[in-house]
Design a protein around this ligand. Structure first.
Ligand code: HEC
Ligand code: HEC
Ligand code: HEC
Ligand code: HEC
Ligand code: HEC
Ligand code: HEC
Ligand code: HEC
Length: 485
């Protein structure tokens, strides 16, 4: 039935041919561009660490023009496994190797022939980018007009629609207020800082061509015009001055504290003595709210003093112990390397991060942004200012080597399940009671530990079987002078 209906149509129009033609066009036309962009992607992923196109020698030699002086078959072999080619005695490979100070190139056995060819095609077709002309001043970082800033702010908050679509407000990912939940996207203040930093991002380039998979996904809906990016830049430059809004600032909290203290006193006086207000629920209400407000303030203040369990400050880089010590199982001592020998455990320097992040360029949650901060610190020479989480007052003495080396106590006993924490938080209250209780309950490894040779009496008692173990307390672990200067 349907056949019969359609068939006459075929006779009138060459529908099938047109359809076929269109399909072939659709398949063919973007094919070249697709291959080109695949080659580009593969090059950037595998080769750009060592080779720069059009930029001269990096680790490996300049590759622009290489397709003119080398045979393609040779190139494919060399790229797959240069070492094998050199070892086989191929004179050209040996020559290249020697000309480059005998630095070997890593092998790429996992790239298919067609992938290697796509890379070679990309190198072959590479051309320096034509000088782009911009409609706005892309180098401007200050001196924006009030209107430009305001317009940028409205765009950032999603109040003015973008010309080429994209409805999600930027601030739904890039926080403009301090939040206490983990947000892997950079905050607006982070963006502003990176924008103002001479080593930071080029916002026009990165909005036009996102630098990581994470960002490609997150920014998929946007195609901002230069003018729009300019306005966002204006807003960011202003935001850099203004900074993130705190949820509630300290003076306000203090006023709130005093107001409720006065109200509560009045309510109590009236409840017990003056009895002017008849309705009891008013007194109870004021008292209950007052107590809640005071408790809340006490908690926030205590947290600000960093002397409390669960303290978890925002760090300058979103460093996650869960990803490093958990998922990737990096040993604690790889980064906290002095814990066994010294009083401190040590916070790793930038060099330690660079050992891996030389090659790990982006993360699955934060993309490139957080890892870029490591490179920026590296370039500027300024160390990352990590905020201390665990701190004892000056009058108390604590040594890591004593506990993790002599005492063989696991890090997790005192610091909790660190390998599960995205944001590190204080696990214990660090009170004197915590130290002393553990010293009362924990047995020391007494025998065979030369540190305790001098405790003759205890050694004799152990030997004769009168006691079967010795606690930290028995070796003086709760003497005031052991912990206090
Ligand atoms: C770890 C650094 C490194 C990486 C990554 C790397 N190369 Fe190399 N490449 C080198 C070095 C060093 C040489 C020169 C010496 C040698 O290996 O014999 C070289 C040489 C070459 C040569 C030969 C140049 C000539 O004069 O004939 C080609 C072609 C080449 N690389 C292509 C690639 C491609 C394509 C990739 C990515 C798939 C890549 N390289 C990845 C370091 C690297
Ligand atoms: C032993 C290697 C190693 C060291 C040392 C290292 N990292 Fe990483 N880092 C990784 C790996 C692997 C990833 C995971 C990439 C992924 O799969 O998301 C990563 C991811 C990250 C991320 C991105 C997380 C995400 O999911 O977006 C940040 C930020 C980061 N590291 C910061 C640091 C800092 C800061 C240091 C130094 C204190 C450091 N790293 C040291 C290996 C390392
Ligand atoms: C769905 C969440 C999301 C939204 C919405 C979003 N972004 Fe992003 N943006 C991200 C993430 C995640 C990154 C970090 C990725 C990276 O650096 O690899 C990022 C990075 C950036 C960067 C830094 C690029 C760099 O090179 O360092 C800029 C600038 C930026 N966004 C601007 C905007 C603007 C402007 C908007 C609104 C038009 C916006 N973003 C909307 C998630 C988002
Ligand atoms: C890849 C490096 C790396 C590894 C591996 C690592 N850490 Fe850390 N650690 C850091 C950095 C960087 C900081 C500072 C930032 C922070 O507090 O999150 C830190 C902070 C800490 C702190 C808080 C220090 C303070 O400020 O008082 C503790 C406790 C800690 N780490 C314990 C551990 C334990 C336990 C492990 C193993 C399960 C571990 N770390 C593995 C890099 C690392
Ligand atoms: C017996 C409990 C205990 C054990 C076990 C312990 N720590 Fe600590 N850690 C502390 C205390 C207490 C502090 C605060 C020290 C201070 O302020 O002087 C601290 C501080 C730190 C710091 C902050 C920076 C510094 O240099 O002091 C890091 C990092 C740290 N610990 C990592 C570790 C790692 C990694 C391990 C395991 C190898 C470990 N800790 C084992 C109790 C412990
Ligand atoms: C998880 C149990 C535990 C906790 C918590 C703990 N310690 Fe200890 N501490 C030990 C053990 C076990 C030893 C004995 C180590 C050895 O074998 O030498 C020790 C030894 C010491 C010594 C040396 C005592 C001596 O006789 O020479 C000092 C000082 C000390 N701890 C201070 C502290 C301080 C300060 C704190 C709290 C901030 C603390 N410790 C928390 C288990 C603990
Ligand atoms: C095992 C280690 C340890 C021993 C033993 C110890 N202290 Fe402490 N003490 C601490 C630590 C850690 C703190 C800091 C905790 C805090 O501020 O809450 C502290 C705090 C104090 C404080 C100040 C309290 C405050 O609120 O600031 C006093 C006073 C004090 N200790 C006296 C003593 C006396 C007296 C002894 C002997 C009977 C003693 N300590 C034995 C670890 C110890």
């Amino acid at each position: 039935m349907s056949q019969r209906l359609i068939n006459p149509v075929y006779k009138q129009f060459p529908v099938r041919q047109i359809w076929l033609f269109c399909t072939i066009l659709m398949l063919l036309a973007p094919e070249h561009a697709r291959a080109q962009s695949e080659g580009k992607k593969l090059f950037e992923k595998n080769c750009s660490v060592c080779h720069k196109l059009g930029g001269g020698k990096l680790v490996g030699p300049e590759l622009v023009g290489i397709t003119q002086i080398r045979d393609r078959e040779w190139l494919v072999k060399f790229i797959h496994d240069s070492k094998a080619l050199i070892e086989s005695g191929d004179p050209l490979a040996v020559q290249v190797f020697e000309e480059n100070n005998k630095i070997p190139m890593q092998a790429f056995p996992n790239l298919s022939d067609s992938e290697v060819n796509a890379i070679i095609d990309y190198i072959d077709a590479w051309e320096p980018e034509a000088e782009k002309t911009f409609t706005v001043d892309v180098n401007q970082k200050t001196g924006f007009t009030h209107t430009e800033i305001l317009r940028g702010e409205r765009m950032f908050y999603g109040l003015i629609p973008f010309e080429n679509g994209g409805k999600t407000a930027c601030n739904s990912c890039h926080n403009t207020v301090i939040s206490d939940t983990l947000n892997w996207s950079p905050s607006a203040a982070d963006l502003a800082q990176s924008f103002m930093d001479p080593n930071g991002m080029n916002i026009y380039a990165s909005m036009a061509e996102p630098g990581s998979e994470v960002m490609t996904k997150a920014h998929a809906e946007y195609k901002l015009t230069e003018q729009e990016v300019y306005n966002i830049a204006a807003y960011l430059s202003e935001f850099g001055h203004k900074g993130m809004e705190k949820q509630r600032s300290f003076p306000e909290r203090r006023i709130l504290f005093i107001v409720f203290a006065v109200l509560m006193t009045l309510a109590l006086i009236d409840l017990i003595f003056t009895r002017i207000v008849k309705y009891r629920f008013i007194h109870t209400g004021i008292l209950l709210i007052g107590i809640a407000v005071h408790l809340n303030i006490a908690v926030v203040e205590a947290q600000n003093l960093s002397r409390t369990k669960d303290y978890a400050p925002d760090q300058p880089i979103k460093f996650s112990h869960k990803i490093h010590a958990g998922d990737n199982q990096t040993d604690c001592r790889y980064c906290h390397s002095i814990a066994d020998y010294s009083k401190s455990a040590g916070i790793p320097s930038n060099d330690v991060c660079m050992k891996c992040h030389n090659v790990v360029l982006s993360g699955r949650n934060s993309g490139k942004f957080e890892i870029n901060k490591i490179y920026r610190a590296d370039k500027s020479g300024k160390p990352v200012e990590w905020i201390r989480v665990y701190t004892l007052p000056d009058h108390a003495f604590f040594s890591h080597s004593q506990h993790v080396n002599a005492g063989q106590i696991e890090c997790e006993t005192c610091h909790g399940p660190v390998a599960e924490m995205d944001i590190l938080k204080q696990y214990t209250d660090l009170s004197m009671g915590w130290c002393v209780n553990c010293h009362r309950d924990t047995k020391v490894n007494f025998q065979g530990n030369h540190f305790y040779k001098s405790y003759k009496e205890l050694n004799d008692m152990l030997q004769s079987g009168r006691i079967d173990s010795v606690t930290v307390e028995q070796v003086g672990g709760i003497d005031c002078s052991k912990c206090h200067y």
